[in-house]
Design a protein around this ligand. Structure first.
Ligand code: UDX
Length: 442
């Protein structure tokens, strides 16, 4: 099939590469010429395992092209809208300007029947407006069908999540649209991927509903961590116990400095804003608390650093990890980068090392000192903070690192380190929600 993908950001670039890998003829469109040039030469514009290879293969096979020219998408059978919908400045609501701009660029070029598929995360009710706006200005009029097909991909696992998803969601208004989507995803469906057919509004909600469930779960576990601290209990053992309950399960139960990234924070806020518009804001107040508990973890981490150091001002602090999570170079709404910047603002001398996100972090927080490895960050440090759960940090040898630092004192912001091992190596070990005494075993 001939498919266009509008927007080649995180979602669009991944989706275009995966559709090409499924054998489709794909053109990716973006207004950012520099990004398009990189993609054309088969270079991934961000760190995502496996993406580079798919781009190179797709471009070489001539199944994957990129352009800034909307005129080159007119002959596509299916158009995926994958533009970003960030949080609006000064508001909880989503900024849909890129979505409307893509829709308005596409519509006048639709002169033959086609299916437009929304993939961007939008407030429920947007799809119906998109459908009406397309039909009002497309030359083919009612010949444009609209579907909503949310993605659930996680950064760092985007290719796997795209090619082997837990489920596909087809929000459609006709059998015809459903059939077209079945053809697009034929390879995944024949491999047994579950598929739920539903209406446009439910499909739009599916994405934000998943993200607010995950966000609420993390804030709940962080609330438990706070109670553990107050009661001198151990949240590591507590979450192990909870995870053995088959109804709860072990995933997304890791407490720490809280959730960040391009999705969970802004989707939680956009959900609250939309719920208020729909007149159900009172119930959505729960999610305001989810957001507040999440933001509090950052302040609690800074407070913990201040309390173990006695005085932040002038202290040498090593921050290991500023990406919002492991296996990503993304620092959007990163709790780790926020904590590093706050420590510095309060007088600490902060040195930062991240295996992939240093360059992006430097653009956002240029005044922090960025170094090339763990040893350089920790040399002569009075305190080490592990703030992103990179495997590299889990594997640190506390015995040799103790020789590098000035004082062997560590805060584990991600429940990534083994407290017994670090304490045995002479470290003063701290973590949100971890009992201060030596634990009784796991
Ligand atoms: C999320 C959703 O998982 C994905 O389905 C959706 O499409 C986009 O948003 P992503 O932002 O890549 O994906 O990250 P995710 O792995 O969900 O982690 C989100 C944040 O929660 C990270 O900051 C992570 O460190 C934090 N987290 C996750 C925890 O603090 N504890 C956990 O147990 C799990």
């Amino acid at each position: 099939m001939r498919i266009s993908v509008l927007g080649t950001g995180y979602l669009g670039a991944t989706h275009a590469a995966c559709l090409a890998a499924c054998g489709h003829d794909v053109v990716g469109v973006d207004t950012d010429g520099a990004r398009i040039d990189r993609l054309r030469s088969g270079q991934a514009p961000f760190h995502e395992p496996g993406l580079q290879q798919l781009l190179v293969e797709g471009v070489a096979a001539e199944r994957l092209t990129f352009t800034t020219d909307y005129d080159l998408v007119t002959d596509a059978d299916v158009h995926f809208v994958c533009v970003g919908t960030p949080q609006r400045c000064g508001s909880y609501a989503a900024d849909l300007s890129a979505l409307w701009s893509a829709v308005d660029s596409l519509a006048p070029r639709l002169s033959r029947p086609c299916l437009v598929v929304g993939k961007s995360t939008v407030p429920v009710g947007t799809a119906a407006l998109v459908r009406n706006r397309l039909r009002a200005s497309a030359p083919v009029g009612e010949g444009v069908q609209l579907a909503w097909n949310p993605e659930f991909l996680r950064e760092g696992h985007a290719i796997e999540d795209s090619l082997r998803p837990d489920r596909l969601v087809f929000g459609v208004e006709s059998d015809e649209a459903d059939l077209v989507l079945r053809e697009v995803y034929a390879a995944l469906l024949s491999a047994g991927t579950r598929c739920v057919r539903t209406d446009l509004a439910t499909a739009e909600l599916a994405k934000v509903a998943s993200n607010v469930m995950l966000a609420a779960r993390i804030s709940l576990v962080n609330l438990l961590a706070e109670v553990c601290e107050a009661a001198d209990a151990d949240v590591g053992d507590l979450t192990t116990i909870l995870g053995h309950d088959a109804r709860i399960g072990p995933s997304f139960l890791t407490p720490g400095i809280g959730f960040g990234g391009g999705c969970l924070p802004k989707d939680t806020r956009a959900f609250v804003a939309r719920a208020e518009e729909l007149g159900v804001g009172e119930s959505a107040a729960l999610l305001r608390e989810v957001d507040a508990v999440n933001m509090r973890q950052r302040a609690r981490t800074v407070d913990l650093a201040a309390s173990v150091l006695g005085e932040l001002s002038g202290a040498k602090v090593a921050v290991l990890g500023v990406a919002f999570k492991a296996d990503s170079d993304d620092v959007r709404d990163s709790p780790a980068l926020d904590v590093a910047a706050t420590l510095q603002a309060q007088g600490a001398r902060v040195r930062v090392y991240d295996p992939a996100a240093g360059a992006n972090a430097q653009r956002v927080q240029p005044t922090l000192a960025y170094v090339a490895d763990t040893t350089a960050a920790c040399r002569d440090a009075d305190l080490v903070l592990v703030l992103t759960d990179w495997q590299e940090f889990r594997g640190i040898d506390p015995v040799s690192l103790a020789d590098v630092v000035h004082v062997p004192r560590v805060i584990d912001g991600r429940l990534a380190l083994d407290p017994d091992k670090w304490r045995a190596a002479g470290w003063d070990f701290h973590a949100l929600g971890r009992a201060r005494h030596d634990a009784g075993g796991g």
